[in-house]
Design a protein around this ligand. Sequence first.
Ligand SMILES: Cc1cc2nc3c(=O)[nH]c(=O)nc-3n(C[C@H](O)[C@H](O)[C@H](O)COP(=O)(O)OP(=O)(O)OC[C@H]3O[C@@H](n4cnc5c(N)ncnc54)[C@H](O)[C@@H]3O)c2cc1C
Length: 411
Amino acid sequence: MSLKLLRQGLSGRPPERMWHSRPLKDEYEVVIIGGGAHGLACAYYLATQHGITDVAVLDKSYIGAGGSGRNTAIIRSNYLTPEGTNFYNESVRLYENLSVELDFNVMFSQRGHLTLAHTDASVRTMRRRAEVNRLQGVDSSLIWPEEISRLCPQLDLSDHPRYPILGALYHPPGGIIRHDAVVWGYAHQADALGVHIHQHTEVTGIDLTNGEVAGVRTSRGVIRTGTVLNATAGWASTIASMVGLSLPMETFPLQACVTEPLKPFLNVVIVSGSLHAYISQSDRGELVMGASVDPFASYSMNSSLEFLEGIAGHVLELFPCLSNVRVLRQWGGLCEMPPDFSPLMGFTPIKGFLIDAGWGTYGFKASPICGKTMAELIASGSTPDLIKPFRLSRFDEHDLVGEKGAASVGH
Ligand SMILES: Cc1cc2nc3c(=O)[nH]c(=O)nc-3n(C[C@H](O)[C@H](O)[C@H](O)COP(=O)(O)OP(=O)(O)OC[C@H]3O[C@@H](n4cnc5c(N)ncnc54)[C@H](O)[C@@H]3O)c2cc1C
């Protein structure tokens, strides 16, 4: 990559396009709605693993305009249920090799992830999570203030705060990544293999014939297809309603912000469920901070002063040393939350209409494994074992997967 960059710089020519604008065909074998990391990853694995390249990825905006370009890029696999832990662990494994696979540096920094426990009850939960994680082969343990202070000396570990820190769940493989690089890397390789990426192409309707998918209507014309994947995250309910399907989830806004850049000092990700706050330091030195979803269902991506006041207060309880640091910018995105905090993946009652949604505040880390398993499902016509627990029909079968390790601020 660096040699390529050097040659590029010396040549004086404009850089090569990462993906291209192609003419919109009137028929594709597979149409993926949503040009986020999930949709693009699925297109990439359809092409690389299954030789299916007659694929269109449609996005009403630019690629990465949704949660994929707005998230705080935390990657981890220390979930609470065995189903969730196994699933996210496979994703972490794919992320570990992604820069090589995509020939693009996605800057995955496995710096360690700490979930703080401020009460006896949360110490008990962390202990249980650590046990479940270890049984599934995930590196995760309960640690105490002495070790926490070694990993993060700037944290206030005294008994002065309202909620003193009693312990933490430590997950060394967790970390942060460059989210837009993941989007661009998948887009670049999918495009190179023949996938068509159509930005600014809004899906406005889905045509059914005898109850089966026959095509999609878009702002640029009609496309015939027998297979549609709904990978639109926060907007997934609006797409599902086009085939008369009501999904068991609601969409909420989620906000985040970054501070001005500081010298590197924070080399772990810190999450506090009790304070509803999390913080990490990006490679540029900015502190990336977020909280839980706004308390009302909405499609608004506005930011609010209320969020900023809340997060600033809570982060200062953890790190009083940051009191003079200025916030640089803030933003919002959409998160679609199913009641059991587990995703909705796979077939639906409508033949040809597939779903990959229900990603709440935690879906970016799942992008590679979602792309891979959904591609396998499309190519083989059967559901891979890893995602069977997340089938939509679990709501009719009373077989929910209560993933409390994803709830609240559990990114
Ligand atoms: C502030 C914030 C912080 C987060 N932090 C984390 C984190 O640290 N770790 C983590 O794992 N997850 C995190 N998430 C969640 C994560 O961002 C999402 O779960 C994930 O990015 C979803 O990816 P996706 O590809 O499924 O959807 P998206 O990236 O949301 O893409 C969906 C796309 O569908 C398009 N679309 C919608 N309607 C239509 C239509 N009618 N026609 C065509 N296109 C359409 C949109 O334009 C959009 O680009 C966070 C989210 C937010 C908002």
